[in-house]
Design a protein around this ligand. Structure first.
Ligand code: MGP
Ligand code: SAH
Length: 280
């Protein structure tokens, strides 16, 4: 039985048992600089976006927003181990990295610092602990928890507290984002056991709720979703959230010739990008 906790940092071949072994074997596809000191928890090992896909995603976003006024500002709503963040930093100006898990925010910072100098990170990377479940898309912000309850709340070394989340939301509401990207949890390696992945099973919300929450910040949203996602359901959710006739663009993403996931994009800026304009 595999007893390693999902928040444990693992980095030796012997730590990878059963279904986890393949992720260790793919470590240089996940981070080409793996040997420079990459930090990943067990959960991150199976969640990080492989580097070639993150690179393409960041170039695709850059192409979509290159003509926007001012610096290009991107939020990764589930930054994890920084796989996507590193490439957003290469191709955008200001990058906000959000995650519920402070260990993961630390991994993001550590891993990004292997790819670029710390001065650049200080100027262009904003790390925010935030639990998205605090946001209620119907009532605006501050849903399940009253902000006054957070007064005097104890600190938590692993997960964002209510106070952390409210503070992060204040920061996020002050900024105009060109787009939000996110690779939310799919429920772990067993996601592939479903013939069609039910998009109501994404975490921490259904796809519909996730989109409604993100629409409070921007109309341009890109998600990295399971390769077996139910595309009929995707269209239905798109119609419900954005209205019939709205285009959702779906790109199949592979690494080393193997399909890994779908880059799913909503918004006019994504619709107009010609793939031939993206250098690979
Ligand atoms: P995979 O499908 O579990 O493995 O993950 P792989 O290597 O495709 O297996 P194969 O046997 O089909 O070759 C593929 C990629 O999907 C990972 O590298 C992650 O980028 C992403 N991914 C996988 N899982 C289980 C998750 C998850 O739970 N959350 C998120 N955000 N991404 C995941
Ligand atoms: N794209 C990332 C991996 C994302 S993994 C990379 O390439 O490294 C998904 C992340 O979602 C995890 O780090 C997890 O901590 C975070 N997460 C899960 N529930 C969350 C919530 N309620 N609010 C914010 N982040 C959450």
């Amino acid at each position: 039985m595999d007893e390693i906790d999902s928040n444990t940092l693992i980095n030796r071949a012997g730590d990878f048992k059963g279904p986890m072994k393949k992720y260790w074997n793919q470590r240089y596809d996940i981070f080409t600089k793996y040997d420079s000191g990459v930090l990943l928890t067990k959960e991150l090992w199976y969640s990080v976006t492989p580097e070639s896909i993150s690179k393409f995603t960041a170039k695709f976003l850059n192409e979509a927003f290159k003509d926007s006024e001012g610096p290009v500002k991107v939020m990764d709503a589930f930054c994890g181990g920084g796989g996507n963040i590193i490439q957003f930093l290469e191709h955008s100006d200001i990058v906000y990295a959000v995650d519920i898990n402070k260990i993961h925010l630390h991994c993001t910072y550590n891993n990004a610092s292997l790819y670029m100098d710390r001065d650049s990170l200080t100027e262009r990377l904003v790390l925010l602990p935030l639990d998205w479940t605090i946001v209620d898309y119907e009532a605006g912000l501050e849903s399940e928890t009253d902000s006054e309850d957070s007064e005097g709340e104890e600190t938590d070394e692993t997960y964002a507290t209510v106070k952390d989340s409210l503070h992060a939301l204040e920061r996020l509401q002050g900024g105009k984002f060109d787009c939000i990207f996110g690779s939310p949890p799919w429920g772990g390696p067993d996601y592939i056991q479903q013939k069609l992945f039910d998009l109501d099973n994404l975490l921490p919300f259904t796809l519909e709720r996730l989109l409604r929450v993100f629409l409070q910040f921007t109309d341009e949203i890109a998600l990295f979703l399971p390769k077996n996602s139910d595309l009929d359901q995707l269209q239905m959710v798109t119609d419900r959230v954005f209205g019939p006739g709205c285009v959702v663009r779906v790109l199949k993403m592979s690494s080393q010739g193997r399909p890994k996931g779908l880059l799913v994009c909503w918004g006019n800026s994504f619709a107009k990008v010609a793939l031939s304009d993206i250098s690979l």
